[in-house]
Design a protein around this ligand. Structure first.
Ligand SMILES: [Zn+2]
Length: 685
């Protein structure tokens, strides 16, 4: 699943509006008849521009510079911008819903569960009183381990407990049989955000602090020799990191599809007993597993065999405490915040407890909150407008594919076939999640966390042999984001992204085409990015490209990757053009399609000029406004190695310089800093 934007590590999408083949803004093309949009007088906050900057030198600052100068990132945030403002709005609305649920004012079948989840998180006094007690049972189970086989069994319970595994299994759609689920296995076991934190000298400080944090938590739960064990745990994880595929490698959908029998797995990982492991995972009958990063498996087994049992026990105990810390007493909450938020992301202060409680309920029983959210905050007209807008974007993409000069007839026909088979989901699911089997108690926060995990896992296990549920959503309606899902060939736009500055019915249409139009285009383009192009209209991983067209695509993608890899947001820290490839292609397609759809909406009439800005200029400004954002350096460094999205700055400046219309819209000339010669501009879709 590919997101539009990374929140905690999530992504964002675009939204749009407009009746089909009509403008995206109000009725009629006279922009002066607009009602009052949320941003500025025509949907764009022009007061945030810095017009002393030449657009061709730095378009992000031209569009957003004054806003950036006057904006401080709030002390409880690592990043702030237009996405975050909408995320706060969603949180505030959920907060109102949860307070009402606790007060018994919500009429919904799950209202009491929602209230219990919220109340359990808000009961800070109880959490303080219990201290480490909620994890005593799991820690005792780790203490009782006397053999590696027993440790393997403990790791087998990872999906329905607080334990973790070095080789986690999960259930997902089979990429080569997209109507079926399958068990998949990957590598895991790391407590830092990415393998680079263990291996790159630039992260040495964070790694040293991690060791202190491991020792701190082990000490807090009374584990013996915390400092010594922490050193051994970090050494163990460093070995795993060395044999972990890079995130860029893990994006490869062909190389990560490796079906194996259980016998083959047992042969590949001596000392790691898959039968015992799967029995504890409640998957005793599974015969076949799709292994992702297969070459790591024998190496992980070797490290597991070579590591002393006491180290593995300390490692498991630390991860139980680390996973539970946000739900325990203040000293655990503070320790977790101090390392994970402050040290790793540069966040000065904790978010208020109620905001953390809202996020917890959203993770735990989010669709039921969403059902209430949608009834309160999502007008039915919005769904119809989005339907039309998505259709508009599909129409202009169809026209683009028909005209692509680098693509041959065979590939073109199949690309059009795929485009015609997209599924579009807007607002909220047609069928809501059934939480009847989930028990939530207002006086058992950590128990709620574990029961929610177990509920999800049992649900996956129970339907393993059934058909894939194509109605399911991977995001709640109150999420400010969007996504493309390969195996369903679907684009999904939750209700909460269909708001200004993405989509504002009272804004100038050009702003909406640059905003939600670009987001829709971004998500649809994922179906044709470097990984999305590997599956067909039915979501099956299958090569439908001629060799010649595939190599032309790859050459263009390589050029784009080289452009992005040259970007250096912080001294010595570059964008990873391979990790961000799919998202960059999505952004390129998104903006181009938003612009095309705007042109189509004019139906041959000239675009109005508003406050001196032409229609095309306003589309580009609309796109730039969506990515108006500031981020702390520490958080930026973390994202550069772990987030498949480029920094917001380059989601503007990296994209526009490849779009011919941007040059003519802003008279960008050779010598301007963002200028790319026509022959070097990347054109894919
Ligand atoms: Zn994306």
């Amino acid at each position: 699943m590919l997101f539009l934007y990374a929140t905690a590590l999530v992504t964002v999408a675009l939204s749009a509006h407009g009746t089909h083949a009509q403008t995206l803004g109000g009725e009629g093309s006279d922009a002066r008849t607009l009602a009052s949009p949320k941003y500025g007088t025509w949907g764009f906050d022009a007061s945030g521009m810095d017009q002393s900057v030449k657009p061709g030198d730095d378009f992000f600052r031209y569009a957003n510079g004054k806003w950036a100068e006057r904006t401080e990132i709030p002390s409880d945030r690592v990043r702030y911008g237009n996405f975050d403002k909408l995320i706060e709005l969603s949180e505030n609305r959920m907060h109102a819903i949860l307070e009402d649920a606790v007060a018994g004012k919500i009429n919904d079948p799950d209202a009491s569960k929602v209230a219990a989840a919220y109340a359990s998180f808000m009961d800070e006094a109880l959490a303080d009183q219990l201290d480490a007690k909620p994890i005593e049972r799991e820690l005792a189970e780790v203490r009782a381990v006397t053999t590696k086989d027993q440790m393997t069994a403990v790791m087998g319970k990872a999906n329905s407990s607080g334990f973790i595994s070095i080789l986690p299994v999960y259930i997902a759609t089979d990429a080569k049989a997209p109507t079926r689920y399958t068990v998949q296995a990957a590598t895991g076991g790391l407590g830092l955000p990415d393998r680079d934190y263990y291996l790159q000298p630039s992260f040495a400080t964070q790694k040293a602090k991690y060791e202190e944090y491991v020792a701190q938590l082990l000490g807090m739960v009374g584990w013996e020799k915390p400092a010594e064990n922490a050193r051994a745990v970090v050494d163990f994880e460093t070995s795993l990191a060395q044999d972990t595929w890079t995130r860029a490698e893990r994006r490869d959908r062909d190389k990560t599809y490796n079906p194996m029998t259980i016998a083959e797995l047992n042969t590949a990982t001596p000392g790691f007993d898959w039968n015992r492991y799967l029995a504890q995972s409640e998957l005793p009958k599974v015969q076949r597993i799709v292994v992702t990063t297969n070459t790591s498996f024998p190496k992980f087994a070797g490290i597991y065999a070579a590591t002393p049992l006491d180290t593995l026990k300390a490692w498991q105990a630390f991860h139980v405490a680390d996973g539970a810390a946000p739900y325990l007493s203040k000293r655990f909450v503070d320790a977790s915040f101090g390392f994970r938020n402050k040290t790793l992301a540069g966040q000065p202060e904790q978010r208020p407890r109620w905001r953390r409680a809202v996020a917890f309920v959203d993770r735990t029983i989010g669709e039921s909150v969403g059902r209430i959210y949608v009834a309160r905050y999502f007008p039915p007209e919005a769904k119809a407008k989005m339907d039309a807008l998505v259709a508009d974007i599909q129409t202009v993409l169809k026209a683009r594919i028909q005209k692509l000069d680098w693509m041959g007839a065979d590939t073109r026909a199949r690309a059009l076939e795929k485009l015609a088979k997209f599924t579009v989901k807007i607002g909220y699911p047609s069928k809501w999640r059934d939480y009847r089997l989930l028990t939530l108690s207002k006086s058992d926060l950590y128990g709620n966390v574990i029961r929610a995990a177990a509920y999800e896992w049992h649900r996956d296990v129970a339907r393993l042999d059934g058909p894939v549920d194509k109605t399911e959503w991977g995001m709640t309606p109150q999420t400010v984001n969007a996504y493309y899902q390969f195996t369903n060939n679907e684009v999904v736009f939750p209700a909460a992204i269909l708001q200004p500055p993405f989509f504002d019915p009272d804004a100038d249409p050009a702003i909406n085409y640059g905003g939600i139009g670009g987001v829709i285009g971004h998500e649809i383009s994922h179906g044709f990015d470097d990984q999305g192009r590997k599956s067909d209209g039915d979501g099956m991983l299958r090569d439908w490209w001629t060799a010649g067209d595939a190599s032309k695509f790859t050459a263009q993608a390589g050029k784009l990757g080289a452009q992005y890899s040259a970007f250096e947001p912080l001294p010595g820290a570059h964008v990873n053009g391979n990790l961000t490839m799919g998202e960059n292609i999505g952004d390129m397609g998104g903006l181009s399609l938003g612009l095309d759809a705007y042109h189509a909406s004019l139906r041959g009439s000239p675009a109005p000029v508003i406050d001196g800005f032409t229609g095309d200029q306003r589309v580009f400004l609309g796109w730039a406004q969506v990515w108006r954002e500031k981020i702390r350096d520490e958080a930026q460094r973390q994202r550069l190695v772990s987030d498949p999205h480029s920094p917001a700055f380059y989601r503007v400046n990296g994209v526009i310089r490849n779009v011919d219309a941007w040059y003519s819209a802003f008279q960008v000339q050779p010598g301007d800093k963002l200028y790319v010669a026509p022959a070097d501009r990347v054109r894919i879709w």
